[in-house]
Ligand binder design. Structure first.
Ligand code: COA
Length: 424
């Protein structure tokens, strides 16, 4: 049994943020019915395509464990079928541009009328305010949520990060909102609206930077690389690779850095293990020296300290550094390339990296469920082909007979996509 077994999701999501959310719910056991436009489908099926004619990795890696129905929700017959699905589902999730579902003829009031138990969850770029009508993609959210202005080096422009904190991060927030609303519905019997705005999600993940904004009014941020020689302006500056927490850290070169762009280690000079750090890098004199002995005394000397540690890390590979420091409980972590991650056996063993078979593209790697429940195991199954489950959903979920299904297809309300699952 899976945690969300029996929960049926009407998945009107596309691109990344919404699909991340519904994929998680599917891994937890929900029946996720992905609604796509006939003949077109989620735009990502054809974006960044690496194999001609096959669903892209962009799509396949965000839509595991779902069923696909094609439905034109703007046609009369399509609206009738859509109403049936609204009545048959527990949760509806969408991340269209603001107002798109209303324009289809389904404002929240209408959805509630059709199904008072419905939980209606949306991702939008911005919450209510001056930008609420804007379309938003990942990097716009990273910029508007505070991440970009605080990422990068002091002498460079703002930087976006490869982690999709705007899209996948907001999808995670939305999933939590949905299961919370499902829990409340157990007691009230009522559904509700759930909104996760991407700007809000990114800001939530940038909470420590708003912390620093307020600290700045009381003096320089001593753990930032700008201290003690640089200037602080009115806003939190970019902090390079500084740790952001109370224990200073930096990225240091390891053996091979001249040719390998990922031969680096993140090194944390955690105060309780300072003596061990001094011993391992051969600077025992720093253990008692009042200029280095306390965390406070070290703050203005962090650049010099990390330079000295780097002289040592440069003599070893990042994995040798790990092997030396781990038994000493000195916190550190290698900069792993995606190639190394894809090949890492322990991630395969835990199901965090999974190989999946697909009828038109062959096998591919995907990231499995990163949240492990002891009583609800997650199996990753491949993403659906466009409209693969149209007939099945119309008959099983809505009770349509063969003649009614044929009529729906003839009217163009649902698609009649060729099934290409011969390889299965
Ligand atoms: C991501 C985003 C920028 C993409 O914009 P887009 O490609 O122009 O797509 P839209 O969301 O505007 O929707 C496209 C249209 O397709 C229509 N459509 C979608 N599915 C349909 C279906 N099954 N049948 C009929 N029409 C359908 C929508 O109703 C909409 O039509 P409208 O503009 O006439 O109202 C936009 O959806 C957005 O801002 N979403 C919210 C924030 C978000 O999630 N961003 C991150 C995405 S990873």
């Amino acid at each position: 049994m899976k945690a969300l077994e029996g929960v049926r999701i009407l998945d009107m999501t596309h691109v990344q943020s919404g699909p991340t959310c519904t994929q998680l719910l599917a891994w937890f056991g929900a029946d996720v019915i992905k609604v796509e436009r006939p003949g077109v489908g989620d735009i990502t099926r054809g974006q960044l395509q690496d194999i001609e004619g096959a669903d892209s990795l962009y799509f396949t890696m965000l839509n595991s464990n779902k069923r696909s129905i094609t439905l034109n929700t703007k046609s009369d017959k399509g609206k009738e079928i859509f109403e049936g699905l609204i009545k048959a589902c527990d949760v509806m999730v969408e991340n269209f541009a603001p107002g798109a579902i209303d324009r289809m003829g389904f404002p929240w009031e209408r959805i509630q009328e059709l199904n008072p138990r419905m939980i209606y969850a949306s991702v939008k770029g911005f919450g209510p305010g001056p930008y609420e009508d804007c379309k938003v993609y990942e990097n716009v959210a990273q910029c508007a949520g505070g991440a970009a202005s605080t990422t990068g080096f002091d002498d460079g422009p703002p930087l976006v990060t490869g982690a999709q904190i705007g899209d996948s991060g907001t999808g995670l927030h939305l999933a939590l909102g949905i299961v919370t609303a499902l829990y409340q519905r157990e007691k009230t019997g009522r559904g509700q609206r759930v909104l996760a705005a991407m700007q809000d999600g990114v800001l939530n993940l940038c909470r420590v930077k708003l912390r620093d904004q307020q600290r700045l009014t009381h003096g320089p941020l001593k753990e930032y690389p700008q201290y003690p020689h640089g200037e602080f302006g009115p806003a939190v500056p970019r902090s390079g690779n500084a740790s952001g927490g109370g224990q200073p850290g930096w990225i240091l070169k390891c053996r091979g850095w001249e040719t390998d762009p990922d031969a680096y280690i993140y090194f944390i000079t955690q105060a309780p293990v300072w003596g061990r750090i001094c011993k391992v890098i051969g600077r025992e004199e720093w253990i008692e020296d009042p200029d280095y002995a306390t965390a406070e005394a070290r703050l203005p000397r962090l650049t010099e300290i990390f330079d000295a540690i780097e002289e040592w890390t440069k003599t070893k590979t990042k994995f040798e550094v790990m092997e030396t420091l781990n038994p000493l409980d000195i916190p550190c972590g290698p900069i792993l390339s995606l190639k190394e991650i894809a090949e890492e056996p322990s991630l395969r063993e835990t199901g965090t990296v999974v190989e999946v078979d697909h009828p038109t593209r062959g096998s591919y790697l995907t990231v499995g469920n990163p949240i492990k429940l002891s009583d609800s195991p997650s199996d990753v199954s491949r993403s659906p082909l466009l409209g693969e489950h149209t007939d099945e959903i119309l008959s099983e979920v809505l009770g349509l007979n063969d003649g009614e299904i044929a009529d729906a297809k003839a009217s163009g309300a649902v698609g009649d996509e060729p099934r290409n699952i011969a390889a299965e």
